[in-house]
Design a protein around this ligand. Structure first.
Ligand code: SF4
Ligand code: SF4
Length: 80
């Protein structure tokens, strides 16, 4: 029988539609150098550099794409 767990996100950004917050901005830690440009430019205080890697606070993210556009390392992808 199908349950909530069967709605696992195929792109890996969320574990289910119901249990995790919406998270459009995803950082590739292998590309991020911790420059802080995303943190400085985010209009919603939704991304911060922690230990030299940017980390998204999904409940604050408004899916504006600014961080992905401005990242010099192209380390941020927008997931829908
Ligand atoms: S702008 Fe890009 S490289 Fe710089 S901290 Fe943010 S994600 Fe990392
Ligand atoms: S998509 Fe916009 S609101 Fe979300 S983390 Fe990036 S700059 Fe901030």
């Amino acid at each position: 029988m199908a349950g909530v767990a069967d709605f696992a996100d195929p792109i890996g950004g969320r574990s289910s539609f119901f249990e995790e917050p919406y998270m459009p901005a995803v950082v590739d830690a292998s590309k991020c150098d911790g420059c802080g440009t995303c943190q400085d430019n985010c209009p919603s205080d939704a991304i911060h550099v922690e230990e030299k890697v940017a980390v998204v606070k999904p409940e604050n993210c408004i899916d504006c794409n600014v961080c992905a556009d401005d990242c010099p390392k192209k380390a941020i992808e927008m997931k829908l």
